[in-house]
Design a protein around this ligand. Sequence first.
Ligand code: SAM
Length: 275
Amino acid sequence: MSGTLYLVATPIGNLGDLSVRALDTLRGADFIAAEDTRVTAKLLRHFEIKKPCVSYYEHNKHASGEKILARLLAGETCALVTDAGTPAISDPGEDLVRLCAQNGVPVVAIPGCCAAVTALAVSGLPTQRFCFEGFLAASGRHRTERLAQLKTEPRTMIFYEAPHKLLRTLEDLLDTFGDRDITLCRELTKLHEETLRTTIRGALEHFRETAPKGEFVLIVRGARPEAEACSEADALARVAQLQREGLSLKDACRQAAAETGLAKNALYRAALDQG
Ligand code: SAM
C-alpha cells in the first residue's frame, strides 16, 4: 500500500501560527520535502524536530518529484513544505500533487497560513467573489495582456508582489485600471505588519515617499459592473475634476478612460469639443 503526501502549511512570519496538526504531521512523516532545506531546517530546529529532508523546488521538481513518488509508492509518508505558507499556492507542489493523483497516492492537506487569504480577510474590500492572480509576469506581452484582461474583472483581485517591483506594478495598475481602491498588506503576522487601505494613486504617492520593504499582498477592487457604467457626461465631469487636481487634459482623459472603461481618444475629442 502506498504512503500519503501531506501538504503542510507553514507560518508566513509568526511561528506561533504553525498548527498542532502540522507539528504532528511533521513529526510523524518518514521524510520532509522542502522548497529550501535551509529555511525548513530553521523551522524544524525551533520545534525540535529531527527528520530527513529532501529538496523539492522549481528547478529540480521533475527529478525530485519522481524520487518522492517512488518512496511514496513504496509506502513512506512525506510532508511537503515550502518556505512559507501553503504549498502549491504560488509555490512548488502543484506538480507533485498531480503526479501523486495520477499514481493513486493519497494527498492530504494540513491547512494553515496563506498570505492571499489572510490579506483578503483584512482588506475591507468585497470578499464574496475574488480571483487570485499570484505574481504578474515581470514584464513584456504576458504582463500587459493579463492586465488588459483584468481591467473588466468584476471580482476583487489578489496579487503577490516583491518590494522592488511594487512601484512599477502600482504604476501599471493605475495606467490600466485607473484609480481604484486597493489594500496593501505588508509583512503579515510579522513585527512590522502593516495594512494600508487606500487607492492605487494614494499607494503610489505613499511608496514614492517611503521605500517599500518586506513582502506584499495587493488586494484590488474589481471593475464596476456594466449596469453602473459611466456615461460620457460623467466621464467628462471626471476629466474636469482631474484637471482641477492638476492633471493635463491628456492625462486626465487617460485616467478617466481607464476608470470608466470609455475610449480615451473619444473622451479626448469630446473634451476638446466641449471647449
Ligand atoms: N505559498 C505562499 C502562501 O500560501 O501564501 C505564497 C508563496 S509566494 C512564493 C511568496 C509571496 O507571498 C510573497 O512575495 C508575498 O507576496 C506573499 N507573502 C508571503 N508571506 C507574506 C507576508 N508575511 N506578508 C505579506 N505577503 C506575504
